[in-house]
Design a protein around this ligand. Structure first.
Ligand code: GTP
Ligand code: MG
Length: 201
């Protein structure tokens, strides 16, 4: 699938501020700094579309980007960023979870995890919550350029093994790099496939 046009639409603090139309949307979640905004930019071939930063906690609102006038990519704030007050963290957590549970247009959620790390409790708990809430999601292992392919494969294997302790069926997963653009075709192909299924439903 080719992205011909990608445009910023709106930043929302509340679900009620999100676009009112019924186009399918694909959102990106994960710990602060894991590379959500960078992945959106990589998919869209536009480094300036979503704001990124080397410091965690850059994205603090729900950001909608319209793709080819047909569907949305949604950049969400990260979770688990400790350098904020408890009140602020609780507010962000509420924003993210309300969006995920109540946004009917959400066709698929991409949960990003750093491909270099061993399974983190905060991500596993979040994934459990998604599963228990019946939210359709896929896992994206980010920053694959930062280590050898061998190491990435080892880490993914370990991650899937960990998930299989809890889940009978494992989610689809992708390996990406915003630097080398690895995984771009796979992620876009996956979105295209869901878009097609929704059209035929
Ligand atoms: P928050 O909005 O704070 O939750 O973070 P985020 O998940 O949107 O992360 P962001 O895209 O802002 O990236 C965080 C940092 O990681 C930036 O310095 C990026 O340049 C870097 N980064 C993101 N993806 C990659 C990648 O695939 N490879 C490398 N080498 N660096 C990456
Ligand atoms: Mg961000």
């Amino acid at each position: 699938m080719d992205i011909k046009k990608a445009e910023f639409v709106i930043s929302s603090a509340l679900l009620s501020q999100c676009p009112k139309d019924t186009k399918a949307e694909y959102a990106f979640i994960g710990r602060s700094n894991v590379g959500k905004s960078s992945l959106i930019n990589m998919l869209c071939n536009n480094k300036k579309l979503a704001k990124t930063s080397a410091t965690p906690g850059k994205t603090l609102l729900i950001n909608h980007f319209i793709i080819n006038n047909e569907w949305y990519l949604v950049d969400l704030p990260g979770y688990g960023f400790a350098k904020r007050s408890k009140t602020e963290l609780a507010k962000l957590d509420h924003m993210i979870r309300t969006y995920i549970l109540q946004r009917q247009q959400l066709a698929n959620l991409f949960v990003l995890v750093d491909s270099r790390l061993e399974p983190q409790k905060i991500d596993l708990e979040f994934i459990d919550w998604l599963g228990n809430s019946s939210i359709p999601f896929a896992i994206v292992f980010t920053k694959a350029d930062k280590q050898t392919k061998l190491k990435t494969n080892e880490n993914i294997k370990r991650y899937l093994l960990k998930l299989s302790e809890t889940w009978e069926e494992l989610p689809p997963y992708f390996v990406t790099s915003a630097e080398t653009r690895e995984g771009r075709d796979d992620v876009l192909g996956y979105i295209e496939q869901i878009n097609k299924e929704l059209k035929n439903a």
